[in-house]
Ligand binder design. Sequence first.
Ligand SMILES: [Zn+2]
Length: 220
Amino acid sequence: MTKCFECDETCEIKKYKAFKYTGVSLDNIVLANVEVEVCRGCKTETPLLRNLKKLHNAIGVAIALQNAKLSSADLRFLRRIAGLKVQEWSKRISVAGAHYARLESGDRKISAQVETLARVNFLNALKQQDPENVQLARHLETVLNLTPASETDFVIVINAENPEAPAKYLPDDSAILKEPSASYVEAKTLPFEPLANVRIVPRHSSIYHANVNQELAPCA
Ligand SMILES: [Zn+2]
């Protein structure tokens, strides 16, 4: 039985059909079929995630394939998951570094060309890490044929049990997120550093804490 690290009460593990994932700096990510540790005392909810790298890669792929314009947060997320610093990444997408910083901060509009190059370069970066992955080659083709619609409100649903399964894009008022049987809750687990409170749980091993910021820190 794990103890809550907010209040020291014991926690129980519940399986949620849908859980808003705030472990990354995006506000439209929902994890389906995810185990969540719920504190009996303060009700803090902590998703139990087995392979964070796989999950974050899958979120990146879902963003790269989304048939909607990239937000500045999306752009930043793709770069960070690709593991590149602003300087190197902006070079790859043919934008001057100073201008690029404004795209990530939302001060400038992201052009269609930058969008495509960001999606392609993100997938290429994953391909470098995993050259045998044929799925990525298919994704690249998809990206080149996308004509992203502008402003739409949707959530990206990733199956936590199988992050590599195709993501679902649902309207943010979709029934699955409201169904009484589905626990759709705002994660209230991040009072401090974003990403700091996510636990990585390797299969067949006891639960331990990990500071996810460390994983992403080198390319901040
Ligand atoms: Zn607690």
